[in-house]
Design a protein around this ligand. Structure first.
Ligand code: HEM
Ligand code: HEM
Length: 229
């Protein structure tokens, strides 16, 4: 049984994510998951087998903080070294329109195996645009509330107390999003090719044209035409 879509080098490929985006994305994935596991040790408070992995409750707290700093550094790295991609990403989100709404409405049918005709999508489809807003917002809430909880002496007591439920809710909602997103970005048969875009940087040209027609035509179709002229 094959879990991931096969990586095909014999079929023309186009670039989807540059090296900075990929380093940030996988750096975030690793630090997010470590923060989640160590955070759960603190959250569940009584989950001894999980705590043992990190050398007890204090160990989990320490690993949580180290991973949290790593996560923060990846955000700083992304903003400093990948301004253009960040700006292009935000601009793409502002293109949210009717085609994205139709995509989101039809996606559950496609997911269940029905044949549907999706309208042309930009670099990020309607679902990915939603993920691009919700998940980074949850991460930002986790980061802000996390540092306030870490240094309670600097902040008013009511704010520190408020940060605990905020941190917990952002963890629950963020984890729910990451579970769906992780599956769609890897094992899901229809969109599995996107995994290679985030892993190796490129996706199959025919897949790009089919799944992200607007983005493909704006970035690659014209160049193809120039080459053939
Ligand atoms: C920059 C990012 C983050 C910082 C600075 C941070 C900081 C903290 C701190 C200081 C605590 C309290 C630890 C203690 O009581 O000893 C905590 C708890 C916790 N963190 Fe984070 N954290 C961050 C990211 C995350 C992420 C990404 C997750 C999960 C996806 C997460 C989940 C949790 C959970 C579940 C708790 C337990 C809260 C409770 O006891 O109610 N944290 N975090
Ligand atoms: C669990 C394993 C994960 C896998 C397999 C995965 C896979 C992917 C893939 C393949 C893409 C590119 C989709 C495209 O072509 O547009 C992507 C994009 C993205 N990922 Fe992940 N990811 C994972 C975890 C995470 C985590 C932990 C976060 C944040 C905390 C995250 C945040 C994002 C965001 C914001 C995007 C851009 C929006 C989108 O395409 O949905 N990912 N991911």
């Amino acid at each position: 049984m094959q879990w991931l879509t096969e990586y095909r080098e014999d079929i023309p490929r186009v670039e989807r994510f540059n090296i900075h985006s990929r380093v940030t994305h996988w750096g975030h994935t690793v630090t997010f998951l470590i923060c989640l596991l160590t955070g759960l040790v603190l959250f569940l408070n009584g989950c001894d087998p999980l705590a043992t992995i990190f050398g007890g409750y204090n160990g989990a707290g320490l690993v949580h903080r180290i991973s949290a700093v790593g996560m923060t550094l990846f955000i700083v790295y992304f903003v400093l070294f990948n301004m253009r991609a960040l700006a292009a990403w935000i601009m793409d989100l502002f293109r949210f329109g009717v085609n994205d709404i139709i995509f989101v409405c039809l996606f559950p049918l496609e997911f269940l195996g029905f044949k549907v005709k999706m309208p042309p999508q930009t670099k990020f489809n309607g679902g990915e645009k939603g993920n691009s807003i919700i998940t980074p917002t949850m991460v930002l809430l986790l980061v802000l509330s996390g540092y306030i909880m870490w240094f309670p002496a600097i902040f008013p007591a009511w704010l520190v107390a408020l940060c605990y439920p905020i941190h917990d809710l952002a963890m629950i909602f963020g984890t729910f999003m990451v579970c769906m997103h992780g599956y769609l970005g890897s094992f899901h048969p229809g969109s599995g090719e996107s995994f290679w875009g985030m892993w190796k940087g490129t996706v199959r040209e025919d897949w790009a044209e089919h799944h992200h027609k607007v983005w493909y035509e704006e970035n690659y179709a014209e160049k193809e035409e120039e080459k053939t002229e």
